[in-house]
Design a protein around this ligand. Structure first.
Ligand code: ADP
Ligand code: MG
Length: 678
């Protein structure tokens, strides 16, 4: 008797060897196999005729085998077979390589479906190495699976067929009947049958919707529980206080969006349930000020704030900005990173535990066990997309026993609304959708490498005008194994200082330098001591030097779209017109063209998604969430809303999923939470 949790080896034809191949795809049980969804389908429902077949695009052709040639040996290890097929009107010459057995199994006069690309002239059409299928009318859409070497879609399909018959608990649905009815969803069995072997497009769409719904529903249940867990614990309620002192600290007026975000946060801080808020805003929208306002408010209420940043450079920069900002307010700011000396670290930890320090800015080092606070009221994570959900929670767990601090996370990764909902579903959202006044969009140009010297001349002009610039390289240093043709920060900085920028002050920065060195370089660049900074992507997140107006990115094709957008966000931060020059030999790259056309982070994120395809799914893993098995939900905000509503209504009646009919749901969401917290 087999169930969904039965080992895959139970299936006929799956021995130890094939089980090992399945393991590579993350498949151990029959249930795993059934959730290994096809990544595509071959459409046999409308085979082309040989004359009307599209040129050089995969298509299916139904044809009869007219003649087979004998094996032709081209050279050692390569033999060729020709098979002439006909659809009754025209002929097609099919070539197979090293396919003795496949060709032998084709019977003359018999009809098959051939799937491949047609080439050749009209009247002499050809097809090379097609997939061959029996001419079976039930084969409307044939599944194409994500594969690993040694497994074919055919083998997987055969195993899936067996699994669908054998799994006895397949009728236990993972969605409560009421949810199914209210949302017009088919049963799980029906959906699984149709996702693997769809009789037609309509059945496939229905199956997809049902399975996407299920996955999102479970995720929403899990996230709903996370949120509940944090809301059970008491926060540090603060009292509304005068913020006038804070607003007089800087020379500019807050944007309307910053003002609204600060209002949202301060309201949250005054409640007895902990704040759990995501502050999302494109690069340069001024998230740090919102964080500072919250820290100020907490300090005035006698609570400590911890702010965690993903890189040392960024932590140091925040530390410096905030030390300056809060100087004279009586609010003390400290820094904690792992590269600090033991004495300095110990001192900061003592001051935190003793309550002498109001604000600490740091890296992951803040998560160490030895870090304790006397009155942690607010935990802030900057550039949240660089951290997992679990790290965000770990920082929050630093409050005194039984207390849960207010939590603010900030992210510049502009992600589509659907995804924000999914990833941050357990958070409230404030969006900075307004740039500080006077910001000019960064002008972005794509040039090919021969034009680089002119670009250097352009940079020199800006340095002469008292501005600063970055040159970003994909490599730290040329090594034996470096791919050819890539620029490195070490060599490039030497070359530029010698050839094109002699007489200018050129600095270099990369992740392998010692912390103290990095800090010194950043300081020198910030103070204007250095004019040109040659660096790797260490400056990608957060670095803020408003006087820098030009960025040149070498080998731009090496970077992702969102990454280029982040990098570009380092310029255009003051009121001066700024430029980003992408250097690449790939002048017709759609990605590089896209980034030249817009400064809108949300549009870039969407473009990134389209270009990377559904397979990658926007780094869901990086966000610390399980990879969704079914793509395509990104466009589907309605589905996200429906699943959320369904999950909330279940949690309302049974918050801990303790009812017997929710046992399976509890198990599933429990597994999801483990992944989230892993
Ligand atoms: P990000 O959202 O990318 O973290 P920052 O908080 O680093 O952006 O802010 C970018 C720059 O804009 C900083 O130099 C900051 O001092 C400045 N800034 C922030 N808010 C305003 C404002 N309201 N008006 C003018 N400049 C601002
Ligand atoms: Mg920032």
């Amino acid at each position: 008797m087999a169930t969904l949790s039965t080992n895959i080896q139970y299936l006929k034809g799956v021995g130890e060897k094939r089980a090992r191949l399945y393991a590579r795809l993350g498949i151990a049980t029959i249930g795993d196999l059934l959730e290994h969804y096809p990544r595509d389908y071959i459409d046999f429902s409308h085979p082309s005729s040989i004359t009307s077949a599209p040129y050089d695009e995969p298509c299916a052709i139904r044809a009869r085998v007219a003649a087979k040639s004998a094996e032709q040996r081209i050279r050692k290890g390569l033999s060729l077979f020709k098979v002439l097929v006909t659809d009754g009107r025209n002929d097609l010459m099919i070539t197979f390589f090293n396919a003795k057995y496949a060709v032998a199994s084709l019977k003359e006069e018999e009809t098959y479906l051939f799937y491949g690309r047609v080439s050749g002239r009209i009247g002499r059409r050809e097809m090379a190495s097609p997939l061959v299928f029996p001419d079976d009318p039930a084969l409307a859409l044939s599944p194409v699976y994500p594969l690993t070497e040694g497994l074919s879609s055919k083998m997987i399909a055969a195993n899936v067929r067996q699994a669908l018959v054998l799994a006895e608990d397949l009728d236990q649905d993972l969605l409560p009947a009421t949810v199914r009815e209210e949302n017009n969803l088919c049963r799980r069995r029906e959906a699984l049958e149709a996702i693997h072997f769809p009789p037609n497009e309509k059945a496939l769409a229905r199956a997809r919707r049902r399975l996407m719904f299920e996955e999102l529903f479970h995720l929403n249940l899990a996230l709903g529980q996370v949120k509940r867990a944090s809301q059970k614990e008491a926060a540090a309620p603060m009292e509304s206080g005068d913020m006038g002192g804070f607003f007089s600290l800087f020379p500019f007026d807050l944007t309307g969006a910053q003002q609204r975000a600060i209002d949202d946060c301060l309201k949250d801080l005054c409640r007895t349930v902990p704040m759990n808020r995501l502050l999302q805003g494109d690069v340069g929208s001024g998230k740090t000020m919102v964080a500072a306002a919250c820290a100020y408010f907490a300090a005035r209420n006698g609570y400590q704030t911890a702010m965690m940043a993903p890189t040392e450079i960024l932590a140091v920069q925040h530390y410096q900005t905030w030390s300056k900002l809060f100087a004279g307010t009586g609010i003390s700011v400290g820094l904690l990173t792992s590269s600090m000396g033991a004495n300095a670290k110990r001192q900061i930890k003592e001051q935190l535990a003793g309550g002498q320090l109001s604000i600490v800015v740091g890296t992951h080092a803040l998560l160490q066990d030895s870090v304790a606070f006397s009155r942690l009221g607010l935990a802030i994570t900057d550039e949240q997309h660089r951290f997992g959900v679990s790290q965000r929670m770990a920082l929050a767990q630093k409050a005194e026993k039984g207390r849960y601090p207010h939590v603010l996370v900030m992210s510049a990764t502009p992600i589509p609304r659907t995804l924000a909902f999914i990833i941050y579903g357990d958070l409230d959202l404030s969006i900075l959708d307004e740039m500080p006044k006077g910001r000019l969009p960064v002008k972005t140009y794509l040039i090919d490498p021969p034009k680089r010297e002119r670009a250097y001349g352009f940079i020199r002009k800006h340095l002469d005008a008292g501005e600063q610039a970055y040159v970003v390289c994909p490599l730290v240093e040329q090594g034996e194994n470096s791919p050819e043709g890539l620029e490195s920060a070490v060599e490039e900085s030497e070359r530029l200082a010698r050839d094109f920028f002699s007489g200018y002050k050129v600095g270099m920065l990369h992740g392998r330098m010692k912390a103290a060195e990095k800090e010194q370089i950043m300081k020198d660049f910030q103070s204007g001591e250095l004019q040109l900074l040659v660096s790797t992507t260490v400056i990608e997140v957060g670095v803020d030097v408003p006087n820098a107006t030009v960025m040149l990115i070498q080998n731009a094709e090496r970077f992702g779209l969102s990454q280029l957008h982040q990098l570009r966000g380092r310029v255009g931060r003051g009121g001066t017109e700024s430029f980003c020059i992408l250097v690449s030999a790939q002048m017709d790259s759609p990605r590089l063209r896209a980034i030249c056309q817009t400064n809108d982070g949300f549009r870039i994120a969407e473009e990134d998604l389209k270009l990377r395809g559904p397979g990658d799914f926007f780094g869901l893993r990086q966000h610390g969430l399980p990879m969704m098995k079914i793509a395509g939900l990104l466009e589907n905000m309605t589905l996200v809303d429906q699943t959320r509503a369904a999950a909330l209504s279940i949690l309302k009646t049974d918050p801990d999923l303790l009812l017997p009919e929710h046992a399976e749901l509890r198990k599933r969401t429990g597994q999801m939470l483990e992944t989230v917290n892993a």
